[in-house]
Design a protein around this ligand. Structure first.
Ligand code: AMP
Ligand code: GLY
Length: 424
């Protein structure tokens, strides 16, 4: 199989690493990839958002399958673009069509979907500029903290959690009347605050059946003890000790099965990953958000725990035979720690040389934001490297990642030293 993988982060490096191990892979291309993905395939300098250029490349190289890493091309309809093109329509795309991708692309769409299918989630109401006054009145009836969510994609910045009613009203006004997040906040979801511990669960689905992947917990805040600004994710662990047994059964029965059935009942085709952002409230799972793709850095711990051939599973999705495919996992735990550029998630500089990558022993270093400059590898983003290790438990896995991080350096590097702190 000749495969094109779209994206350029740690998630795509981990996917490329796994795909490259498949017995049915003939060639792997990554657009645009990074200095890490190059080890496992050929990087192609095309943006995942440039559908026309992707088309030309796919036809020129006789690509058999396209796997979409990030959400943006999915939300913008890359899968539909393939289905609607005479020359591309037979080429399977792993990742949902535009309509289904609204599970991530529109908070209001996701909430309506959950409500329709009785999937546990925080109580909510949606508002636009036209009924802003009702939104203010709704806030006045709620208890703090107040949760405001821009409906559309806002690069991870569209969710505000506020303690003061006055601030919440002002933010709601700014989001709706002043379009604080542009088009993304033309509609705002106001929802009940849920108190609990978060985790992520992932499934692969062909629209009929599904396979549950190992769950993970990521650490989103920049500072230790989960303080400071939100980031894309500073580290992750898998498995999540509290998410076994009864809790996972509840997730399966109350959330995953109703989601897959709901999509089917609503006649919404779905082929790809579903990421369930969950919260455990006193032993009961609730959905905080859906994403239409894998998480990053969760992929860097989930995919290393997958024993089965990932292309066999992707083929199952493409041909509606996922139920016939076998899926197996490694028992070992996995942990990843993200090394980021100093200053991230605010201003930071790039182009710093990275040293010590060859000294790493017994960890996998997934590149999140790197570029190759001849033989040297430079930083090219906020999140730079995800250092993943296996261990008999998450503590042991983390210890190995922290040991190897000592060997890697770049100017102004930062990482959290307490990943997993709440679980071990
Ligand atoms: P989202 O983009 O919807 O995942 O929200 C971003 C983050 O905000 C989540 O990972 C949670 O930490 C937090 N959050 C979102 N919704 C709620 C809620 N209803 N209650 C508590 N925390 C929330
Ligand atoms: N790590 C969270 C995400 O990928 O959305």
């Amino acid at each position: 199989m000749k495969l094109l993988l779209l994206g350029s982060g740690g998630r795509e490096h981990a996917l490329a690493w796994k795909i490259s191990q498949s017995s049915i892979l003939e060639a792997l291309f990554i657009a645009p990839g990074n200095a890490g993905t190059k080890q496992f395939g050929k990087n192609v300098n095309i943006s995942p958002m440039n559908f026309e250029e992707i088309k030309v490349f796919v036809l020129e190289k006789n690509i058999d399958m396209v796997v979409v890493g990030p959400e943006e091309p999915l939300v913008c309809g890359i899968h539909d673009f393939f289905l609607q093109d005479e020359l591309l329509c037979e080429i399977p795309v792993i990742g949902p069509q535009k309509y289904a991708a609204q599970l991530e692309g529109s908070k209001d769409f996701a909430k309506e979907f959950m409500q329709r299918h009785n999937i546990p989630t925080a109580k909510y109401a949606s508002f636009t500029k036209e009924n802003l006054n009702e939104g203010i009145a709704y806030l006045e009836k709620m208890n703090p903290p107040f949760v405001l969510k821009a409906d559309g994609l806002a690069a991870g910045k569209g969710v505000l959690i506020l303690d003061s009613l006055e601030e919440a009203k002002l933010e709601l006004y700014q989001m709706l009347a002043d379009q604080k997040f542009g088009k993304a906040s033309q509609k705002v979801v106001v929802e009940q605050f849920l108190k609990g511990i978060e985790l992520s669960v992932f499934v692969l689905t062909d629209g009929d059946s599904f396979k549950i992947l190992p769950e993970a917990k990521d650490y989103k805040r920049i500072g230790e003890q989960d303080t400071g600004l939100n980031t894309g994710g500073m580290g992750a662990v898998s498995p999540v000790p509290f998410a076994q047994g009864t809790f996972l059964d509840k997730v399966t029965n109350q959330i995953i099965i109703p989601t897959i059935k709901g999509l089917k009942n609503d006649k919404i085709p779905y082929k790809g990953f579903i990421f369930f952002g969950l919260i455990n409230v006193k032993g009961e799972p609730y959905v905080i958000e859906y994403n239409c793709r894998m998480g990053d850095p969760e992929t860097e711990v989930v995919i290393p725990r997958l024993k089965s051939d990932i292309l066999d599973l992707f083929e199952g999705i493409a041909t509606n035979t996922l139920s016939e495919r076998d899926i197996q996992f490694f028992d070992q735990s996995a942990a990843t720690v993200m090394m980021v550029s100093g200053g991230y998630p605010e201003k930071y500089s790039s182009g710093k040389s990275i040293y010590g990558l060859n000294s790493v022993i017994d960890s996998l270093v997934f590149h999140a934001g790197t570029s190759a400059d001849g033989p040297s590898i430079n930083t090219s983003g906020g999140r730079v490297l995800a250092v993943t290790s296996y261990g008999k438990n998450i503590e042991a896995a983390l210890a190995k990642s922290y040991e190897n991080i000592q060997k890697i350096s770049f100017d102004n590097a930062y990482y959290r030293k307490d990943i997993g702190f709440d679980l071990i």
